[in-house]
Design a protein around this ligand. Structure first.
Ligand code: RBF
Ligand code: MG
Length: 310
């Protein structure tokens, strides 16, 4: 058995499945349009709706020189898909070996291991080696092997392109409103609170929770953001800084949240930062004093923004 087959064999669907295949990064509004069709088709055929999703982005394997950072971790994608009623989610690892599997071999595996009775694909979809498995080719294979192929209409939002790439571009520019609009929910980052340098508390009087984020995740562009900090089913207002802290000489890029109304130990907790609005660029201040005065303003701005949004 190949490792792809092993991953597929681990999934135990509760019945025959209607499937779609893709990264589904962000699980954005365009994805949900396709998933709605998938759920309808599955119900009509008496099958379970399922998604085969790549853990890693295929582009990072096919063109390592052009790395793509993800909007959502595979764990978040699985959770979001399940919340949408996708009963069977099969995460698979994209490798060079997987890239060489023909479309026909691939769908035969989906039939064998996931009991696929039908597929839903997007209009620009192509599967398998050299993207040979276009919707038309898949239909032909389906007729032979015994599964149906439905093609979703392009998702149209009054001419706005809803895509993972558009969402990544908005995030990189710090445009949280556009990113959240494309996603159809507030953009958020998840991570674990780790130890920082301790300078925020001792030198600045603004101790921060440093949030360690998966290395293959995209971060919003460097800058200061008004955020909600979710931990232990509570949420707190937080002024969050993403950047290299040039005031103190360039360091590693960190995500640091100053919680406005909370003092206490958060180390090792898994937290979620919900981004509401970008407040400003990160600045190299001449003195710690000057930065401190600016953070005071950031805190006021954060209260204003989140007070209005609450
Ligand atoms: N560091 C900078 O070098 N420039 C900034 O403009 C800056 N703005 C910040 C704004 C807020 C609200 C917070 C919480 C931190 C900011 N920092 C900034 C990061 C700060 O330097 C860092 O938290 C401490 O040095 C501890 O690592
Ligand atoms: Mg800190």
């Amino acid at each position: 058995m190949t490792s792809l087959e092993e991953e597929l064999a681990r999934v135990k669907p509760s019945g025959e499945t209607f499937l779609t295949v893709g990264v589904f990064d962000g699980v954005h509004r365009g994805h949900r349009h396709l998933l709605d069709l998938l759920k309808r088709q599955a119900a009509r055929a008496g099958c379970v709706p399922g998604v085969v999703t790549f853990r890693n982005h295929p582009v990072t394997v096919l063109r390592p020189e052009a790395p793509v950072r993800l909007i959502t971790t595979v764990e978040e994608r699985v959770r979001l898909l399940q919340e949408l009623g996708i009963e069977t989610v099969a995460p698979i690892t994209f490798t060079l070996d997987v890239s060489r599997v023909t479309a026909r071999e691939f769908v035969a595996m989906l039939q064998r291991y996931l009991r696929m009775c039908g597929m839903v694909v997007g209009p620009d979809f192509a599967l398998g080696h050299n993207r040979e498995g276009t919707p038309q080719v898949l239909r032909g294979v389906g007729t032979e092997l015994g599964f149906t192929v439905a093609v979703a209409s392009p998702y149209d939002d009054g001419g706005i392109r809803v895509s993972s790439t558009a969402t990544r571009n908005a995030l990189a520019a710090g445009d949280i409103a556009t990113a959240s609009n494309l996603l159809g929910r507030s953009y958020a980052l998840q991570g674990e609170v780790v130890h920082g340098e301790g300078r925020g508390g001792s030198l600045l009087g603004y101790p921060t929770a440093n949030v360690a984020v998966d290395h293959d995740l995209l971060l919003p562009g460097d800058g200061i953001y008004a955020t909600w900090f979710h931990v232990d089913s509570q949420r707190y207002q937080a002024a969050t800084s993403i950047g290299t802290r040039p005031t103190f000489g360039l360091g590693e890029r960190t995500v640091e949240a100053f919680l406005l109304d909370f003092r206490g130990d958060l180390y090792q907790k898994t937290v979620r930062l919900e981004f509401v609005e970008r407040l400003r660029d990160e600045v190299a201040f001449d003195t710690a004093e000057a930065l401190k005065r600016q953070i005071e303003i950031d805190v006021r701005e954060t209260r204003r923004v989140l007070g209005a949004a609450a």
